[in-house]
Unconditional design. Structure first.
Lengths: 123, 381
């Protein structure tokens, strides 16, 4: 699946949807396919201050553990409880219902666009 | 090492498989979903490509005697058609590999080794058999292996067109009786559309099933025939991810995790696989007779709550979390049981089922309890 055009991406295989000063964060289709069936998601609590590139959560599949990195500095304003209850949403709808956290930020770092991310994952 | 590919690689790619490097081979890790594949094996059946495994054949009047010296069990006692799980030990009694040995004739044995160890097993058997009237052939590159595992495996094999029993009816009229009556750890020579294969009632999933050894040049035709016949029964192609959770639930050890050169069989609960009563010497006998020390770590099963799995190499602590008492060798959230399970080597003082302890799961000590293995046991039909 090609990466949706309207999102930005990180080299850690996360996507970011920017809306005003809030960024919604999830993992890409490529990342969920590499992990396999997601069975457990650990997300930071609302109000947690996060720093770009730090590990703020975990996404576990039957085979392995993926780390959730904060793509930006900011504060968690919402964690997706639906994904905690049904981790398979990360597999079935990674760019939609499988979103993970929303972060309020002040400054947006450089991120990849869809074409650059597709190139990264086609290597 | 260059990537080796199975004769079935194209079929897997067409079925949407995701591949992983496994012991130098590119093999399917999953086709669609590990959980769906795991469930299919528990409730219907799965089909696995195991062509990466090693097959070493011993032929000769003293093939049985050579194996009695080379491995931990008494292979000369097998009747043609019987198979046995055994261990290749080093002189210190540690495990070079775990094997299944099939006696395929009066003077013929087939040894199946893990892919990662196929070369060392072939070399070791050759070396240990050198004083015996037997020849050792590494057939690994010339043998494909397909497993059909699950409660519906027999029905699926019987629904597949083209099987016959060697020396039996050419139209295969006697196949249902022969395969239906084939007991666990027994094998039978057969044919698939006039080419030879071996039917073995063995597996590594905790379910009933068959392993079919055949020449690579018709492996694809065999695979496709089994898939076609099996799909109405719920058969799914299954990858290495499902294979690992299936064998873990069944409490089966995996070389490189529960077994290795520094581990004595008795520590892994496999003391019964080392036949100290057999006549003559065998490699590892003296060390096996002495056994591990009283304080040597032992393999136990652990069960946890919640959904967060302990994985290989995580440290195990006492219930209060103060003292390190062991290490996890395999762990996963059990798809069948719904809670985390693990195998771990522990200080023997903590081996009793019911003992509470903790595992450091990436910085958090989570409670686990020592439990009986296997974690999952199929219902006998």
């Amino acid at each position: 699946m090609a990466a949706p055009e309207n999102l930005k991406y990180t080299e850690e295989h996360e996507w970011v949807l920017v809306d005003g000063d809030v960024a919604t964060v999830g993992i890409t289709d490529y990342a969920q396919a590499a992990l396999g069936d997601v069975v457990f998601v650990d997300l930071p609590a609302e109000g947690t201050a996060v720093a770009a590139a730090s590990v703020v959560g975990e996404i576990e599949s039957t085979k392995s553990v993926g780390e959730l990195f904060a793509p930006i500095d900011g504060e968690v304003v919402e964690a997706n409880q639906a994904v905690v209850d049904s981790p398979d949403l990360v597999n079935s709808d990674p760019y939609g219902a499988g979103w993970l956290i929303k972060v309020r930020f002040t400054e947006l770092p450089a991120l990849l666009d869809a074409a650059a991310y597709d190139e990264l994952t086609s290597k | 090492m260059s990537d080796r590919v199975s004769p079935l690689a194209e079929v897997h790619a067409a079925a949407g498989a995701q591949f992983t490097d496994f012991a130098g081979w590119q093999m399917p890790v999953r086709y669609s979903s590990d959980l769906a594949e795991h469930k299919a094996v528990r409730e219907a059946a799965g089909i696995f490509d195991l062509s990466h495994m090693g097959e070493i054949v011993l032929v000769g009047d003293e093939a049985g005697a050579a194996l009695d010296y080379a491995v931990s069990g008494r292979m000369s006692a097998l009747q043609p058609g019987q198979a046995k799980y055994t261990l290749l030990l080093n002189a210190d009694g540690g495990v070079i590999d775990d094997l299944i040995v099939y006696r395929t004739g009066d003077d013929r044995f087939l040894v199946v080794a893990n892919a990662a160890n196929a070369d060392v097993v072939a070399d070791t058997l050759r070396e240990r058999a050198s004083g015996f009237a037997t020849q050792v052939f590494d057939e690994s590159a010339d043998v494909a292996l397909i497993a059909v595992q699950g409660p519906r495996a027999l029905e699926i094999v019987l629904a597949t067109e083209g099987f016959a029993i060697e020396g039996g009816h050419p139209d295969g009229e006697d196949v249902p009786a022969a395969l239906g009556g084939l007991r666990y750890y027994r094998a039978l020579a057969g044919m698939f559309r006039e080419r030879p294969l071996l039917f073995a009632r063995t597996g590594y999933t905790g379910e009933d099933g068959f392993e079919l050894f055949c020449a690579p040049d018709f492996a694809r035709e065999l695979w496709e025939a089994l898939v076609e016949a099996g799909t109405p029964f719920g058969l799914l192609p299954a990858g290495l991810a499902a294979r690992d959770t299936l064998r873990l639930e069944a409490g089966m050890p995996l070389y490189g995790h529960e077994l290795g050169a520094g581990i004595l069989p008795a520590q892994a609960g496999l003391g019964r696989v080392v036949d100290l009563g057999k006549e003559g010497d065998f490699v590892g006998r003296a060390a096996s007779e002495q056994g591990p020390g009283a304080d040597a770590r032992v393999l136990v099963g652990l069960a946890g709550d919640g959904r967060r799995a302990a994985r290989a190499d995580y440290a195990v602590f006492t219930a209060d979390g103060d003292t390190e008492i062991g290490v996890v060798t395999s762990g996963a959230l059990s798809p069948t049981l719904g809670h985390p399970i693990a195998l771990a080597y522990l200080d023997p003082a903590y081996r009793e089922p019911g003992t509470r302890l903790t595992i450091d799961v990436r910085g958090t000590k989570l409670p686990y309890t020592v439990t009986d293995v296997p974690f999952y046991k199929r219902k006998k039909s």
